[in-house]
Write a protein that binds this ligand. Structure first.
Ligand code: NAD
Ligand code: LMR
Length: 329
Protein backbone atom coordinates (compact mmCIF):
# COMPACT_ATOMS: atom_id res chain seq x y z
CA UNK A 1 0.00 0.00 0.00
CA UNK A 2 1.29 3.50 -0.81
CA UNK A 3 2.54 5.42 2.24
CA UNK A 4 0.26 8.16 3.62
CA UNK A 5 1.81 11.58 2.82
CA UNK A 6 3.34 13.57 5.67
CA UNK A 7 1.88 17.08 5.94
CA UNK A 8 4.56 19.78 6.06
CA UNK A 9 3.56 23.39 6.73
CA UNK A 10 6.02 26.12 5.76
CA UNK A 11 5.47 29.73 6.80
CA UNK A 12 7.12 32.58 4.90
CA UNK A 13 6.97 30.31 1.88
CA UNK A 14 7.45 33.14 -0.63
CA UNK A 15 10.61 34.40 1.06
CA UNK A 16 14.25 33.66 0.29
CA UNK A 17 14.58 30.66 2.60
CA UNK A 18 11.21 29.36 1.45
CA UNK A 19 12.43 29.34 -2.15
CA UNK A 20 15.56 27.40 -1.21
CA UNK A 21 13.65 25.01 1.06
CA UNK A 22 10.48 23.93 -0.72
CA UNK A 23 12.11 22.11 -3.63
CA UNK A 24 14.31 20.12 -1.28
CA UNK A 25 11.32 19.12 0.86
CA UNK A 26 9.37 18.10 -2.23
CA UNK A 27 12.29 16.02 -3.53
CA UNK A 28 12.37 13.93 -0.35
CA UNK A 29 15.37 15.40 1.43
CA UNK A 30 13.49 16.53 4.55
CA UNK A 31 12.02 13.21 5.60
CA UNK A 32 13.46 10.51 3.36
CA UNK A 33 13.52 9.40 -0.25
CA UNK A 34 10.47 7.16 0.20
CA UNK A 35 8.20 9.57 2.12
CA UNK A 36 5.51 11.43 0.14
CA UNK A 37 4.75 14.98 1.31
CA UNK A 38 1.76 17.25 1.27
CA UNK A 39 2.84 20.90 1.40
CA UNK A 40 0.76 23.59 3.08
CA UNK A 41 2.22 27.06 2.61
CA UNK A 42 1.41 30.06 4.80
CA UNK A 43 2.03 33.62 3.66
CA UNK A 44 0.72 37.08 4.36
CA UNK A 45 -1.99 38.13 1.85
CA UNK A 46 0.39 40.39 -0.15
CA UNK A 47 2.78 37.49 -0.76
CA UNK A 48 0.24 34.80 -1.67
CA UNK A 49 0.64 35.49 -5.40
CA UNK A 50 4.41 34.99 -5.17
CA UNK A 51 3.82 31.74 -3.25
CA UNK A 52 1.49 30.66 -6.08
CA UNK A 53 4.36 31.24 -8.51
CA UNK A 54 6.60 28.97 -6.45
CA UNK A 55 3.82 26.35 -6.36
CA UNK A 56 3.68 26.49 -10.18
CA UNK A 57 7.41 25.77 -10.26
CA UNK A 58 6.96 22.90 -7.82
CA UNK A 59 4.36 21.47 -10.23
CA UNK A 60 6.83 21.87 -13.07
CA UNK A 61 9.40 19.73 -11.28
CA UNK A 62 7.03 16.72 -11.38
CA UNK A 63 8.42 15.47 -8.06
CA UNK A 64 7.23 11.87 -7.57
CA UNK A 65 6.95 12.38 -3.78
CA UNK A 66 4.93 15.60 -3.89
CA UNK A 67 1.30 14.78 -3.18
CA UNK A 68 -0.13 18.33 -3.14
CA UNK A 69 0.59 22.02 -2.53
CA UNK A 70 -1.97 24.31 -0.88
CA UNK A 71 -1.48 27.99 -0.08
CA UNK A 72 -3.13 29.89 2.75
CA UNK A 73 -3.09 33.30 4.39
CA UNK A 74 -4.84 31.88 7.45
CA UNK A 75 -2.78 30.11 10.11
CA UNK A 76 -5.60 27.81 11.28
CA UNK A 77 -6.01 26.40 7.80
CA UNK A 78 -2.28 26.17 7.14
CA UNK A 79 -1.56 24.10 10.29
CA UNK A 80 -4.59 21.80 9.94
CA UNK A 81 -3.31 18.22 10.22
CA UNK A 82 0.32 19.33 10.09
CA UNK A 83 3.02 16.81 11.09
CA UNK A 84 6.05 19.03 10.53
CA UNK A 85 5.90 22.83 10.82
CA UNK A 86 8.75 25.00 9.60
CA UNK A 87 8.19 28.50 10.95
CA UNK A 88 10.34 30.61 8.66
CA UNK A 89 8.28 33.78 8.17
CA UNK A 90 9.15 36.47 10.70
CA UNK A 91 9.25 40.21 11.05
CA UNK A 92 12.74 41.53 10.24
CA UNK A 93 14.29 44.25 12.35
CA UNK A 94 13.50 47.62 10.77
CA UNK A 95 15.59 50.77 11.11
CA UNK A 96 15.30 52.28 14.58
CA UNK A 97 13.60 49.18 16.02
CA UNK A 98 14.79 48.14 19.49
CA UNK A 99 15.11 44.46 20.43
CA UNK A 100 11.91 44.76 22.50
CA UNK A 101 10.03 46.16 19.47
CA UNK A 102 11.28 43.24 17.39
CA UNK A 103 10.17 40.71 20.01
CA UNK A 104 6.76 42.39 20.22
CA UNK A 105 6.30 42.43 16.43
CA UNK A 106 7.21 38.75 16.24
CA UNK A 107 4.88 37.98 19.14
CA UNK A 108 2.09 39.10 16.80
CA UNK A 109 3.13 36.29 14.43
CA UNK A 110 4.23 33.44 16.71
CA UNK A 111 1.42 33.68 19.29
CA UNK A 112 -1.39 33.05 16.76
CA UNK A 113 0.73 30.41 15.00
CA UNK A 114 1.25 28.59 18.32
CA UNK A 115 -2.50 28.75 18.93
CA UNK A 116 -3.25 27.43 15.45
CA UNK A 117 -0.80 24.54 15.92
CA UNK A 118 -2.44 23.76 19.25
CA UNK A 119 -5.89 23.81 17.66
CA UNK A 120 -5.34 21.82 14.49
CA UNK A 121 -1.96 20.15 14.06
CA UNK A 122 -1.55 16.37 14.11
CA UNK A 123 -0.82 14.68 17.45
CA UNK A 124 2.79 13.99 16.40
CA UNK A 125 3.53 17.56 15.24
CA UNK A 126 7.16 18.73 15.29
CA UNK A 127 7.85 22.46 15.01
CA UNK A 128 11.14 24.03 13.96
CA UNK A 129 11.42 27.81 14.27
CA UNK A 130 13.84 29.42 11.84
CA UNK A 131 12.53 33.02 11.84
CA UNK A 132 14.51 35.31 14.13
CA UNK A 133 14.87 35.79 17.02
CA UNK A 134 14.38 32.04 16.64
CA UNK A 135 14.77 30.81 20.23
CA UNK A 136 12.36 33.32 21.72
CA UNK A 137 9.89 33.06 18.82
CA UNK A 138 9.85 29.31 19.53
CA UNK A 139 9.19 30.03 23.22
CA UNK A 140 6.26 32.30 22.30
CA UNK A 141 4.72 29.71 19.97
CA UNK A 142 5.28 26.89 22.47
CA UNK A 143 3.66 28.79 25.32
CA UNK A 144 0.49 29.16 23.23
CA UNK A 145 0.27 25.46 22.45
CA UNK A 146 -0.44 23.95 25.88
CA UNK A 147 -1.73 20.67 24.44
CA UNK A 148 1.46 19.97 22.46
CA UNK A 149 4.41 18.53 24.41
CA UNK A 150 6.86 21.42 24.91
CA UNK A 151 9.81 19.48 23.49
CA UNK A 152 8.14 19.46 20.07
CA UNK A 153 9.08 23.14 19.73
CA UNK A 154 12.65 23.60 18.49
CA UNK A 155 14.68 26.58 17.31
CA UNK A 156 17.37 26.23 14.67
CA UNK A 157 21.05 26.37 15.59
CA UNK A 158 22.06 23.75 13.03
CA UNK A 159 23.30 26.46 10.66
CA UNK A 160 25.69 27.65 13.39
CA UNK A 161 26.75 24.02 13.94
CA UNK A 162 27.45 23.52 10.23
CA UNK A 163 29.36 26.81 10.08
CA UNK A 164 31.51 25.73 13.02
CA UNK A 165 32.24 22.33 11.41
CA UNK A 166 33.56 24.00 8.28
CA UNK A 167 35.71 26.57 10.14
CA UNK A 168 37.30 23.80 12.20
CA UNK A 169 37.81 21.49 9.21
CA UNK A 170 39.51 24.30 7.28
CA UNK A 171 41.76 25.18 10.20
CA UNK A 172 42.93 21.58 10.61
CA UNK A 173 42.96 20.75 6.89
CA UNK A 174 40.65 17.77 7.46
CA UNK A 175 37.34 16.66 6.00
CA UNK A 176 34.02 17.51 7.66
CA UNK A 177 33.58 13.72 7.91
CA UNK A 178 36.50 13.53 10.35
CA UNK A 179 34.86 15.83 12.93
CA UNK A 180 32.50 14.65 15.66
CA UNK A 181 30.83 16.03 18.79
CA UNK A 182 30.96 19.75 18.21
CA UNK A 183 28.41 21.85 20.13
CA UNK A 184 26.62 25.17 19.77
CA UNK A 185 25.34 26.32 23.16
CA UNK A 186 22.73 29.00 23.88
CA UNK A 187 21.04 31.47 21.59
CA UNK A 188 21.07 31.77 17.78
CA UNK A 189 22.66 35.18 18.09
CA UNK A 190 26.13 36.68 18.38
CA UNK A 191 26.30 35.44 22.02
CA UNK A 192 26.14 31.77 20.97
CA UNK A 193 29.03 29.59 22.11
CA UNK A 194 30.56 27.21 19.55
CA UNK A 195 32.42 24.65 21.71
CA UNK A 196 35.22 22.46 20.35
CA UNK A 197 36.56 21.35 23.74
CA UNK A 198 34.58 18.09 23.55
CA UNK A 199 34.84 17.76 19.78
CA UNK A 200 36.94 15.04 18.18
CA UNK A 201 39.00 15.03 15.00
CA UNK A 202 39.87 11.59 13.78
CA UNK A 203 39.26 10.39 17.36
CA UNK A 204 41.58 12.97 19.02
CA UNK A 205 40.47 16.03 20.99
CA UNK A 206 39.80 18.89 18.54
CA UNK A 207 40.91 21.76 20.82
CA UNK A 208 44.20 19.96 21.49
CA UNK A 209 44.61 19.27 17.76
CA UNK A 210 44.17 23.01 17.11
CA UNK A 211 46.59 23.77 19.96
CA UNK A 212 45.98 27.49 19.74
CA UNK A 213 43.71 29.04 22.37
CA UNK A 214 44.02 32.45 20.76
CA UNK A 215 42.60 31.10 17.46
CA UNK A 216 39.69 29.50 19.32
CA UNK A 217 38.95 32.66 21.29
CA UNK A 218 39.69 35.41 18.80
CA UNK A 219 38.98 33.82 15.42
CA UNK A 220 36.89 30.65 15.57
CA UNK A 221 34.23 31.74 18.08
CA UNK A 222 33.63 35.25 16.63
CA UNK A 223 33.72 33.99 13.02
CA UNK A 224 30.99 31.43 13.71
CA UNK A 225 28.94 33.70 15.98
CA UNK A 226 29.03 36.65 13.56
CA UNK A 227 28.75 34.64 10.34
CA UNK A 228 25.12 35.64 9.82
CA UNK A 229 26.08 39.33 9.84
CA UNK A 230 29.05 38.64 7.52
CA UNK A 231 26.74 36.95 5.00
CA UNK A 232 24.33 39.90 5.14
CA UNK A 233 27.26 42.26 4.57
CA UNK A 234 28.52 40.24 1.59
CA UNK A 235 25.23 39.25 -0.05
CA UNK A 236 23.08 42.21 0.89
CA UNK A 237 20.57 39.67 2.23
CA UNK A 238 20.64 37.12 4.99
CA UNK A 239 21.70 33.53 4.43
CA UNK A 240 19.04 31.57 2.60
CA UNK A 241 20.29 28.37 0.94
CA UNK A 242 22.50 27.49 3.90
CA UNK A 243 19.64 28.22 6.31
CA UNK A 244 17.30 26.00 4.28
CA UNK A 245 19.99 23.29 4.22
CA UNK A 246 20.30 23.46 8.01
CA UNK A 247 16.52 23.18 8.44
CA UNK A 248 16.60 20.05 6.27
CA UNK A 249 19.46 18.60 8.36
CA UNK A 250 17.69 19.39 11.65
CA UNK A 251 14.33 17.83 10.76
CA UNK A 252 15.90 14.83 8.99
CA UNK A 253 17.93 13.99 12.11
CA UNK A 254 15.02 14.68 14.48
CA UNK A 255 12.81 12.23 12.59
CA UNK A 256 15.40 9.65 11.51
CA UNK A 257 17.93 9.79 14.37
CA UNK A 258 21.57 10.88 14.71
CA UNK A 259 24.57 8.55 14.21
CA UNK A 260 25.68 6.48 17.24
CA UNK A 261 29.16 8.01 17.37
CA UNK A 262 28.24 11.67 17.04
CA UNK A 263 25.94 14.42 18.25
CA UNK A 264 24.62 17.65 16.79
CA UNK A 265 23.27 20.97 18.06
CA UNK A 266 19.59 21.77 18.46
CA UNK A 267 17.64 24.27 20.56
CA UNK A 268 14.69 22.98 22.60
CA UNK A 269 13.22 23.61 26.07
CA UNK A 270 15.80 23.07 28.79
CA UNK A 271 15.18 20.51 31.52
CA UNK A 272 17.61 22.42 33.75
CA UNK A 273 20.72 20.61 32.46
CA UNK A 274 24.06 22.40 32.44
CA UNK A 275 22.62 25.24 34.55
CA UNK A 276 20.24 26.39 31.81
CA UNK A 277 16.95 27.40 33.51
CA UNK A 278 14.11 25.00 32.84
CA UNK A 279 11.88 25.96 29.92
CA UNK A 280 14.40 28.26 28.20
CA UNK A 281 14.80 27.24 24.54
CA UNK A 282 18.57 26.90 24.40
CA UNK A 283 20.93 25.08 22.08
CA UNK A 284 22.52 21.92 23.53
CA UNK A 285 24.66 19.02 22.41
CA UNK A 286 21.92 16.63 21.34
CA UNK A 287 21.25 13.19 19.95
CA UNK A 288 17.97 12.12 18.41
CA UNK A 289 16.66 8.73 19.51
CA UNK A 290 13.23 7.32 18.65
CA UNK A 291 12.12 10.65 17.23
CA UNK A 292 13.06 12.74 20.30
CA UNK A 293 16.03 14.94 21.14
CA UNK A 294 18.07 13.99 24.20
CA UNK A 295 20.68 16.25 25.76
CA UNK A 296 24.17 14.71 25.85
CA UNK A 297 24.86 14.42 29.59
CA UNK A 298 27.94 14.48 31.75
CA UNK A 299 30.25 16.80 29.80
CA UNK A 300 32.84 18.61 31.92
CA UNK A 301 32.39 22.34 31.48
CA UNK A 302 35.51 24.34 32.33
CA UNK A 303 35.54 28.01 33.39
CA UNK A 304 36.13 29.27 29.82
CA UNK A 305 33.09 27.42 28.49
CA UNK A 306 30.97 28.14 31.57
CA UNK A 307 31.37 31.89 31.16
CA UNK A 308 30.32 31.76 27.50
CA UNK A 309 27.37 29.42 28.01
CA UNK A 310 26.16 31.60 30.89
CA UNK A 311 26.39 34.79 28.80
CA UNK A 312 24.29 33.37 25.98
CA UNK A 313 21.76 31.82 28.36
CA UNK A 314 21.52 35.16 30.21
CA UNK A 315 20.53 36.79 26.92
CA UNK A 316 17.81 34.14 26.47
CA UNK A 317 16.56 34.77 30.01
CA UNK A 318 16.38 38.51 29.28
CA UNK A 319 14.46 37.85 26.03
CA UNK A 320 12.10 35.55 27.97
CA UNK A 321 11.57 38.27 30.60
CA UNK A 322 10.87 40.89 27.91
CA UNK A 323 8.21 38.78 26.18
CA UNK A 324 6.76 37.92 29.59
CA UNK A 325 6.38 41.62 30.36
CA UNK A 326 4.72 42.07 26.98
CA UNK A 327 2.23 39.34 27.90
CA UNK A 328 3.44 37.13 25.05
CA UNK A 329 4.28 34.05 27.14
P1 NAD B 1 12.33 36.92 3.69
O1 NAD B 1 12.02 38.31 4.13
O2 NAD B 1 12.90 36.67 2.32
O3 NAD B 1 11.01 36.04 3.79
C1 NAD B 1 10.17 36.07 4.88
C2 NAD B 1 8.79 35.72 4.40
O4 NAD B 1 7.96 35.61 5.53
C3 NAD B 1 8.17 36.80 3.50
O5 NAD B 1 7.74 36.22 2.28
C4 NAD B 1 7.01 37.33 4.31
O6 NAD B 1 5.90 37.71 3.50
C5 NAD B 1 6.68 36.12 5.18
N1 NAD B 1 5.92 36.41 6.39
C6 NAD B 1 6.00 37.51 7.18
N2 NAD B 1 5.09 37.41 8.17
C7 NAD B 1 4.44 36.25 8.00
C8 NAD B 1 3.38 35.61 8.69
N3 NAD B 1 2.80 36.17 9.75
N4 NAD B 1 2.96 34.41 8.25
C9 NAD B 1 3.53 33.84 7.16
N5 NAD B 1 4.51 34.41 6.44
C10 NAD B 1 4.96 35.60 6.86
O7 NAD B 1 13.25 36.32 4.82
P2 NAD B 1 14.17 35.00 4.75
O8 NAD B 1 15.51 35.38 4.23
O9 NAD B 1 13.41 33.91 4.11
O10 NAD B 1 14.38 34.73 6.32
C11 NAD B 1 13.29 34.36 7.14
C12 NAD B 1 13.67 34.42 8.60
O11 NAD B 1 14.69 33.47 8.88
C13 NAD B 1 14.25 35.77 9.06
O12 NAD B 1 13.72 36.05 10.35
C14 NAD B 1 15.73 35.50 9.16
O13 NAD B 1 16.37 36.37 10.07
C15 NAD B 1 15.71 34.08 9.68
N6 NAD B 1 16.95 33.31 9.54
C16 NAD B 1 17.24 32.44 10.54
C17 NAD B 1 18.38 31.65 10.47
C18 NAD B 1 18.72 30.67 11.55
O14 NAD B 1 19.82 30.08 11.48
N7 NAD B 1 17.89 30.42 12.57
C19 NAD B 1 19.22 31.77 9.36
C20 NAD B 1 18.89 32.66 8.35
C21 NAD B 1 17.74 33.43 8.43
C1 LMR C 1 22.02 33.87 10.08
O1 LMR C 1 22.53 33.32 11.05
O2 LMR C 1 22.48 33.78 8.92
C2 LMR C 1 20.78 34.73 10.27
O3 LMR C 1 20.15 34.39 11.47
C3 LMR C 1 21.12 36.18 10.20
C4 LMR C 1 19.90 37.06 10.24
O4 LMR C 1 19.91 38.02 11.05
O5 LMR C 1 18.93 36.81 9.48
Amino acid sequence: MAQVPVTVTVTGAAGQIGYALLFRIASGQLLGADVPVRLRLLEIPQAVKAAEGTAMELDDCAFPLLDSVDIFDDANQAFEGCNVALLVGARPRAKGMERGDLLEANGGIFKPQGEAINAGAAADVRVLVVGNPANTNALIAQSHAPDVPADRFNAMTRLDHNRALTQLAKKLGVSINDIRKLTIWGNHSATQYPDIFHAEVGGANAAKAVGDQSWIENEFIPTVAKRGAAIIEARGASSAASAANAAIDHVYDWVNGTPEDDWTSAAFPSDGSYGVPEGIISSFPAVSRNGRWEIVRGLDIDAFSRERIDASVQELVEERDTVKQLGLV
